[in-house]
Ligand binder design. Structure first.
Ligand SMILES: [Fe+2]
Ligand SMILES: [Fe+2]
Length: 298
């Protein structure tokens, strides 16, 4: 993949043109209110549950996500207060962010539904990998997974024909593209739309005031040369995201999706730097993949 496509300054300008023409929704007030309450040293759980309960649409989305197999709760929750006590404050906060992203994007068409499932799966897988490799901010990993492809709905809004190639933007970069035998997805996007989903996603993440490593990992999530990042958090987070995107794409493939997925040996050959950064082996990847297959389809 040409690193020219990752020239941030140039691509931020191009991506800005696109997002300015459709507008980036800002982070909803409810998320800001909840964050403010959660960050207080004496956070009041009842007050947090009250803020969420007042927003009926948000509450419904939150309960749907909390009851999805991703969170593996033993009982079905039907109240915000119960969800909060079962999930804990951090998980609850993560679900708030996920619900508000979903609300903002209003995933009503089949491509967006797919995008949503992929984002949720990648978020949870990133969180799990972050715990395994002892990344200090597991929530950052969750947020990076949740937002990494959020440029897709924006390009789709502007160019409905994008749905033909959106599957490839969601999935991992195939070996063929990485070895230069086929074009990378961001190269194709650039040719057609004069921008790519990594740049648009980066701008959305910036406008939602996500942390710098999260924004950077979104920008670089189709780029395997992670050793070029000077900042250790960005390098590690991008490695987590690349691996989570692979496992998540594998799950889609397993469910009958058409995303091309390499065998773990092929993937590992090209992603040596990712494995090195996370001190993981091909066997570890296989185990992670099986863990998640079991979790979601077992
Ligand atoms: Fe992507
Ligand atoms: Fe993805």
């Amino acid at each position: 993949m040409s690193s020219l496509l990752l020239n941030q300054e140039e691509y931020i300008k191009k991506a800005e043109e696109l997002v300015n023409s459709i507008g980036i929704p800002s982070q909803p007030q409810i998320v800001l209110d909840i964050n403010k309450e959660i960050n207080k040293p004496d956070a009041d759980l009842r007050k947090i549950a009250d803020i969420v309960s007042r927003d009926v649409a948000m509450s419904a989305k939150l309960l749907k996500i909390a009851n999805s197999p991703f969170f593996g709760l033993r009982e079905e929750v039907d109240s915000i207060q119960r969800a909060l006590s079962l999930l804990g404050l951090k998980n609850f906060n993560n679900i708030i962010l996920a619900s508000s992203l979903r609300e903002t994007l209003d995933a009503q068409n089949p491509v967006l539904e797919k995008f949503w499932n992929h984002s949720m799966a990648t978020a949870l897988i990133s969180l799990h990998i972050a715990k395994k490799v002892i990344y200090p901010s597991v929530d950052q990993a969750y947020i990076a997974g949740l937002f990494h492809d959020c440029g897709i709905p924006f390009i789709l809004k502007k160019f409905p024909g994008y749905s033909e190639i959106a599957d490839y933007a969601m999935s991992i970069v195939g070996t063929e593209a990485l070895s230069g035998r086929t074009k990378s997805i961001i190269g194709i996007e650039d040719e057609r739309y004069n921008t790519h989903h990594c740049a648009v996603g980066y701008l959305v993440a910036k406008s939602w005031r996500l942390s710098n490593p999260v924004c950077q990992s979104i920008w670089y999530h189709h780029y395997v040369n992670i050793d070029t990042h000077n900042d250790a958090s960005t390098r590690r987070l991008t490695a987590i995201l690349l691996l989570a995107d692979y496992i998540s794409s594998y799950l889609v493939y397993l469910a009958g999706g058409k995303c091309p997925v390499d065998t773990e040996q092929e993937w590992a050959k090209i992603h040596k730097k990712v494995l090195f950064e996370l001190s993981l082996t091909v066997e570890n990847i296989k185990d992670l993949r099986e863990d998640f297959t079991e979790k979601l389809y077992g």
